[in-house]
Every structure is written in structure tokens, then in C-alpha cells.
Design a protein around this ligand. Structure first.
Ligand code: DGL
Length: 266
């Protein structure tokens, strides 16, 4: 019997680890009838402390795998991989649609009243040329304070969403934004919405926090042509599947998710 290839069409979603679940949740809500495959590159998380070449190499290996499983749309649910790899991914697979994740500078420019915007991101995103260009395109006479936030993703990956040590770290990273008096702040890493109350507490209730994952999922919906495939969610990790399974159960509240191990030799 021949398998109709259209039944294997998937949307592939990836991140260094658990951050992309913030995007995946939105995608599931908007496209409940689709086949989704989420890849958490846990063995290499966090990406934020890695160099551009390594981030690109991981993104290529993951994309190749997702395509081999039937992906016809790739959602890069990671600001850091978008900053350093999306152009190269699009050049390598010119006919495959990619949706990237980038801080919403434009909405922040529209939202700010005092012209001062804060941007919280991983160290690798914070120093990226792509971010510099994005800011340059949209910011005009507003000021954007970019703060790299080493260490935060490690806590979240470990399932810590509110320890005193994490709170102190978040306060330290928010100090430059507070000193500048920003009235709007962008969560420029898909892990950060998982600890949104901590950012809000550290910045103060008057600062407006902007997230991007809904806009990313909407963009994916615009590019996706729903077919006849049966809905499914596959979750894979380059790390320990049991650890990811219990993280998902504890933090997202999903019951007994099926998590498989994925390995690649580079
Ligand atoms: N969640 C990712 C991002 O949006 C990557 C975080 C990391 O691995 O450092 O940038």
C-alpha cells in the first residue's frame, strides 16, 4: 500500500530547550488540527553562550532532521537561532518557509510613551548584527537599552521558575533598564515569558512587558496550508527524555507527554 505523502506533512518547531513551548502552545491553539513536531536541543542549551558558527550548525542539523520527518514549515522558536542562523537556513532551503522569532521592536516603538524601551535577551542575541539592524530600522529617535541576561535560561531549563537565586539574577539584569527609566520592555527570548512575573516584579508594575510568541504563531498560520493529515504532537530532545517529560508535566501541566530522544552526530 502506498502512503500518501500529504498525510505526513508537519510543522517543525525548534528551540535550544523548553523556551519554544511558549510558541508551541500558541500554535496548538491556532492550529489544533495540524501535525506538530517540537525539537528541544537540550544537550546544547543554552544557545545564548555559544558562538554563531555552533548555533548555525545546530540549526542546520535540526532542520535536516525535521525535514526528514516531513516538515514543510519550520518555526525557529528561538530568538538566538533566528539572530544567527535564519538567513543561512533560508539560503540553504530557499523553497522551505521559515518563521523566525525576533523581539517586537516595532510594537514597542508604538507602545512607548517616554521613548525608552528595554530589551532583555540572551548574550548571543544581544550582540548580534541582526538585532542591531532590526533596532536601526525601527527605532528612530527612541532609545533601546539592550541587556544580555546570562544564567537565566539555565534556571528555567532546570525547572526553577522562582527561586531566590533566580529572582536576584533577574533583578540584576533589570537594573540597567530601571536606571534608564524604560516604560516598555521586550522579552527577547522565548524562555523569558515562563518567568514573566519575575521580570514584572523586578521592573515595576508600571513597565509594560511585550511578548512575541502569539505574533510568531500567527505568522506560521498565515504560511500554513492545512491538509488532510491527522493531528499529532511529537516531542523530541537531544537531552534526557525523562527529564524533559517531567519538566513538561510540572511546568506546562500536560499529562504523560510522549518524549523521544533525538541524536545527531555533527
Ligand atoms: N529560547 C531561546 C531564545 O529565544 C534560546 C535561549 C538559550 O538557549 O540561550 O533565544
Amino acid at each position: 500500500m502506498q502512503i500518501d505523502p500529504s498525510t505526513r506533512r508537519e510543522i517543525g518547531v525548534f528551540d535550544s530547550g523548553v523556551g519554544g513551548f511558549t510558541v508551541l502552545r500558541e500554535l496548538q491553539a491556532l492550529l489544533p488540527m495540524s501535525r506538530l513536531r517540537y525539537l528541544a536541543d537540550t544537550a546544547y542549551a543554552p544557545y545564548g553562550g555559544r558562538g554563531p558558527d555552533e548555533i548555525r550548525a545546530r540549526s542546520f542539523a535540526i532542520t535536516e532532521h525535521l525535514i526528514s520527518r516531513g516538515a514543510e514549515l519550520i518555526v525557529v522558536a528561538c530568538n538566538t537561532a533566528t539572530a544567527h542562523a535564519i538567513e543561512a537556513l533560508r539560503a540553504r532551503w530557499p523553497t522551505l518557509p521559515f518563521v523566525g522569532t525576533e523581539p517586537g521592536i516595532k510594537p514597542a516603538v508604538a507602545a512607548t510613551r517616554n521613548g525608552r524601551i528595554g530589551l532583555l535577551a540572551t548574550p548571543a542575541t544581544a550582540v548580534s548584527e541582526r538585532l542591531r539592524a532590526l533596532i536601526g530600522r525601527h527605532v528612530g529617535d527612541r532609545e533601546v537599552i539592550v541587556q544580555g541576561c546570562p544564567g537565566v535560561v539555565d534556571h528555567i531549563e532546570a525547572g526553577d521558575l522562582g527561586s531566590p537565586a533566580l529572582r536576584t539574577l533577574v533583578e540584576q539584569h533589570c537594573a540597567s533598564l530601571r536606571a534608564a527609566g524604560v516604560d516598555t520592555a521586550l522579552l527577547g527570548c522565548t524562555h523569558y515569558p515562563l518567568i514573566e512575573p519575575l521580570w514584572q516584579a523586578a521592573l515595576g508594575a508600571d513597565v509594560r512587558l511585550l511578548r512575541i510568541e502569539t505574533a510568531v504563531a500567527r505568522r506560521a498560520v498565515d504560511l500554513w496550508r492545512p491538509g488532510s493529515e491527522a493531528p499529532a504532537l511529537h516531542i523530541e530532545t537531544s537531552g534526557d527524555p525523562d527529564a524533559l517529560r517531567s519538566w513538561i508535566e510540572r511546568v506546562l501541566g500536560w499529562q504523560a507527554p510522549d518524549v523521544r530522544r533525538w541524536q545527531v552526530t555533527m
